[in-house]
Write a protein that binds this ligand. Structure first.
Ligand SMILES: Cc1cc2nc3c(=O)[nH]c(=O)nc-3n(C[C@H](O)[C@H](O)[C@H](O)COP(=O)(O)OP(=O)(O)OC[C@H]3O[C@@H](n4cnc5c(N)ncnc54)[C@H](O)[C@@H]3O)c2cc1C
Length: 668
């Protein structure tokens, strides 16, 4: 990217005085526009300063940035609390035309001292661009001191975040909830979590935790166990007689809102709508709540009795759930609008198993299943007491002698690990690539290997084989890995003449899911993609029909819990604006959050000067005999001592990023 000036990632690029065609590249990825109306001319943050072009005012920006550091300081350590306040005051003096050369020296030594002596990211990483501004823009400071220059009055939106927070689709303040656990303030921790997600238990048990892949502690020894600390905060509330939060705005507004689908996305959106005072009703076609987190993720990973208590909390906030109502059939856009619903959130997920595309698949051979269907049947059998409709009888689940599960994602993992628990002796994965390319969570793969699952790599299915009308096996072809495909993984190429039959009395297809969006026929203006997902605005989740919003898997395609919840929270914000008659648009902080994520808040190559401490505390798990013989929860949760020890490893890597938006005359 070309820019006028940059110190980003310690690389000085100074193109001042050169024509734009002679500008050297800078190692930063910044958007040129803040939104459709306003442009960005500069950015200041933990990684340095980037000036895209005129107009800019480094001294004014430094003053605003110093103020942002002050506001972001948690005030727990003296150098950061007092130092950032003094620094802001000195900047104010310079901006007010009352500064002198001594003030510049004072700022240099002050910010040097703050970064050396502070205990967390704001103080340690924050001052760097201020020191750089004093070094490379001395003339601009001197112009202020001599009275030649006056403040420009530009707008400087900023955002405090952290590498882990920035990687979390919900934007959760992770260092804060960890800090609160460390201090024993579990209610405060849960409150922080619930600001971003009402599903602390579900996420704390099954989130794929992108935060942990962006944890700076990993540059020192091993990432913090962020996900499981979240679970502790929820479990503590669940297991103790503590007062749960209430919703002071419950049903304070008249507007009814229809949320379609009671999965993580629908439930989360309904929760945030209820907190704004609206009256959300969730319409769910199944007799169970939780979407794929109920029907797909097995009982040994998320116990349903635990999930029911989590959902109870969401209901208490003012959310109504209606079961066994299929949208598009029992209710439609038209019928619900007639009943007074003022907006819709479509969160119907993707629950149709994709076909393997092999010969015989359309013949309804007994013993051939879609992964989604069989997991639902298994869950319904294992947890039948929790089904919300007593008339629903689960299908019996057959237990074969040998099962082949085609696929290597998380659905495949859940299928094989469930069949181990159901007592099947010969449980196999068939995958066309190698272990290295498997999309499943590596932890799940390790667990499945420990439980006895066999892996058959570089094999692709070609035909279902029958004998006397019954399933006898799966014909497969050997594969070799060719050059990478569009997914970046090496493409499997068939080895001619390598077909052979693997015997089996059950074959499960677990190679992905599709969305059923037939209910959209009624609203032709809503756009869809060729993958049969719904097109919605990336920030507000509004569709082309103003009162209809959509989020979760039905927008992203089958993905993960935390993205579904992240969509929901933002959609609820957009829906709130729509229902209050405001302009539907993301808040400036949200735009900054996205900008920082685009720049990349985490640097895997950064050398982090932090002494090693306790090693990461892994979550204790149940005995092997319990894993294989039952659907008992595998992960047991941290003890108080363990969670405090693990939380103490967090380095609170908070950072601040600020943009210069000259067109708006306001201040940050
Ligand atoms: C087997 C499996 C394992 C997984 N494991 C993990 C994991 O470990 N970690 C992780 O992060 N993610 C995991 N995922 C993905 C995760 O569960 C999903 O990304 C997430 O549940 C998506 O949430 P959602 O609310 O968008 O959709 P869903 O959870 O699919 O919920 C959609 C809901 O809408 C309902 N619905 C659909 N159509 C209609 C209609 N017409 N009318 C009324 N209701 C309707 C459905 O019945 C469902 O309850 C897994 C998924 C599967 C299938």
């Amino acid at each position: 990217m070309k820019a006028l000036f940059s110190t980003w990632k310690d690389k000085l690029v100074d193109n001042r005085g050169k024509p734009p065609e002679a500008w050297a590249d800078v190692p930063a990825k910044l958007p040129q526009a803040f939104d459709s109306k306003r442009k960005i001319t500069a950015f200041m943050g933990w990684g340095g300063i980037v000036i895209l072009d005129e107009p800019y005012d480094v001294v004014e920006m430094a003053y605003k940035y110093a103020g942002a550091l002050q506001k972001s300081s948690c005030a727990k350590c003296f150098p950061c609390r007092v130092g950032t306040k003094v620094g802001e005051d000195v900047f104010a003096k310079i901006l007010g035309g009352r500064g002198g050369a001594d003030d510049l020296k004072q700022l240099e030594s002050l910010y040097d001292s703050i970064s050396k002596n502070s205990k967390c990211g704001i103080g340690q990483l924050g001052p760097e661009p201020l020191v750089q501004s004093l070094q490379y823009f001395r003339g601009d400071y001197e112009d202020y001191i001599s009275g030649k220059r006056k403040p420009s009055g530009f707008y400087y939106p900023y955002k405090m975040t952290a590498p882990c927070t920035s990687a979390c689709p919900t934007g959760m303040d992770i260092p804060l909830y960890i800090e609160k656990v460390k201090e024993g303030d579990f209610a405060g921790s849960l409150k922080t979590i619930r600001n971003a997600s009402p599903m602390a238990s579900t996420l704390g048990r099954a989130c794929f935790h992108p935060c942990e892949n962006n944890c700076r502690r990993d540059n020192v020894d091993k990432s913090i166990s962020i996900c499981k600390i979240k679970r502790f905060a929820w479990d503590y509330e669940d297991q103790h007689e503590v007062e749960k939060p209430s919703n002071p705005n419950k049903h304070s507004r008249p507007e009814k809102v229809a949320v379609i689908g009671a999965g993580p996305s629908g439930l989360s959106c309904a929760y945030y709508l209820a907190l704004q005072g609206f009256r959300p009703t969730v319409f769910e076609k199944l007799p169970t709540v939780g979407g794929a987190a109920w029907t797909g993720i097995p009982q040994y990973r998320i116990p349903k009795e635990v999930m029911l208590r989590e959902v109870e909390f969401i209901r208490d906030m003012g959310v109504e759930i209606k079961f066994n109502v299929e949208f598009g059939k029992a209710e439609t856009f038209g019928s619900l609008r007639q009943k007074g619903y003022k907006a819709f959130f479509l969160a119907t997920g993707g629950d149709i198993s994709k076909d393997m595309g092999v010969e015989g698949e359309k013949d309804n051979i007994p013993g051939v299943y879609g992964g989604i269907q069989i997991l639902k049947d298994i869950t319904y059998n294992v947890t039948k007491d929790f089904i919300q409709n007593p008339d629903v009888r689960p299908h019996p689940v057959p237990v074969p002698k040998k099962v082949l599960v085609v696929g290597a994602g998380n659905t495949a993992m859940d299928c094989v690990r469930s069949y181990i628990r159901l007592g099947c002796d010969d449980v196999n994965i068939v995958y066309r690539r190698t272990k290295k390319e498997m999309p499943a969570d590596p932890h799940e793969v390790r667990e499945s290997e420990d439980e006895g699952v066999k892996y058959n790599f570089l094999l692709a299915p070609t035909k279902l084989v029958r004998e006397n009308g019954k399933l006898a096996g799966l014909e497969c072809q050997k594969m070799e890995l060719g050059p990478p495909d569009e997914s970046g993984r090496r493409k499997p190429v068939a080895v001619k003449g390598s077909e052979h039959v693997m015997t089996a009395d059950m074959v499960i297809s677990a190679i992905g899911q599709d969305c059923d969006i037939n209910y959209l026929k009624e609203e032709a203006a809503i756009q869809t993609t060729k993958w049969r997902t719904i097109v919605a605005d990336e920030e507000t989740f509004q569709t082309a029909v103003p009162d209809v919003f959509a989020g979760g898997d039905v927008v992203s395609g089958p993905l993960n819990l935390v993205t579904a919840v992240g969509h929901a929270r933002r959609a609820a914000q957009g829906m709130g604006q729509f229902l209050r008659g405001e302009r539907v648009a993301p808040a400036d902080a949200q735009i900054m959050e996205k900008m920082i994520a685009g720049i990349g808040a985490y640097d895997r190559d950064e050398v982090v000067p932090q002494a090693k401490g306790w090693p990461r505390k892994e979550m204790p798990i149940c005995d092997r005999k319990d894993k294989i013989g039952s659907f008992k929860e595998v992960e047991l949760g941290y003890s108080l001592e363990e969670v405090v020890e693990e939380s103490s490893r967090c380095m609170r890597c908070y950072i601040v990023g600020m943009a210069c938006v000259p067109a708006d005359g306001g201040g940050a």
